[in-house]
Design a protein around this ligand. Structure first.
Ligand code: ADP
Length: 245
């Protein structure tokens, strides 16, 4: 897949996105956006079916600007930032609708409510965004989030076990954190599940590689922390997930 690097609309929108995300310190920065775009481009290349590259690129660029962690729960569903950025760039209305449809159906908390993207373009962007949450960079982002003003501030507490089958209500219960929340527990409450939520073959392959990195990190961490009960917990968690998929 090739993109037109002189895409003026993309450049205008990227400036708009930068302005919205510039104060964020919880892992929603332009580095994240650019990596999601690059992964989504690669997935399009690896797919042997037609994908609208422009819609993929625009949705990847705009997927965070109305996130509830950025604008708050009340405003999140209005997609006001995204709509303004797209219309300032003069995007045609049909493309705007397709981008809005993708962004409004992706993300882990929406998936807990049974909402998933429906188009191939949406599958690609969703897989790229979820892959960005896992692997070595995913673990670093989770750490960054945990110590940010939105996170729990807890890295690991041997006595607080994760709520493995967490509901959407609990996940967002205190705005951006909840009672069992910690850097380590976030792996069990979200990150280790993402491999099984991929919607495209390239996404599944990439998520498989990143999953191994995370599991090895956690295994080593639990050994270093003298936490054999957590080593066992990880082993059982993985066994149950693998037999379910
Ligand atoms: P994404 O950008 O992947 O849709 P979010 O907006 O929910 O994810 O969060 C941004 C990043 O912070 C992600 O990598 C995510 O896994 C991580 N994160 C979200 N919630 C927590 C949490 N409670 N503890 C640790 N990391 C978190």
């Amino acid at each position: 897949m090739t993109f037109d690097d002189s895409d003026e609309k993309f450049a205008v929108m990227r400036r708009g996105v930068t302005a919205v995300l510039e104060d964020d310190n919880s892992g929603h920065d332009m580095g994240h956006i650019d990596r999601v775009i690059a992964l989504a481009e690669r997935f399009c290349d690896e797919l042997d079916q037609d994908v609208d590259a422009e819609v993929v690129r625009y949705a990847a660029l705009l997927h965070e600007v109305d996130d509830y962690k950025i604008v708050g729960k009340e405003k999140s569903g209005e997609y006001a930032n995204m709509s303004k950025i797209m219309s300032d760039a003069g995007l045609n209305l049909e493309v705007q609708d397709r981008v809005r449809e993708i962004v409004s159906t992706m993300g882990y908390s929406k998936s807990l409510r049974g909402i998933r993207p429906k188009s191939i373009e949406g599958w690609v962007v969703s897989d790229a965004d979820m892959c960005e949450a896992i692997g070595a960079s995913g673990t670093l982002r989770a750490f960054q989030y945990a110590i940010s003003d939105k996170g729990s501030g807890v890295i690991f507490d041997k006595n607080i076990w994760p709520e493995v089958d967490i509901s959407a209500e609990t996940y967002n219960s205190s705005g951006t954190t909840h009672s069992t929340d910690s850097f380590v527990n976030h792996h069990f409450e979200k990150l280790l599940k993402l491999k099984g939520m991929m919607l495209t073959e390239p996404g599944k392959r990439e998520a498989g590689r990143r999953h191994v990195t995370m599991r090895e990190f956690l295994q080593a961490f639990f050994v270093e922390q003298n936490a054999p009960e957590w080593e066992k917990f990880l082993e059982i968690f993985e066994k149950e997930r693998n037999s379910a998929t």
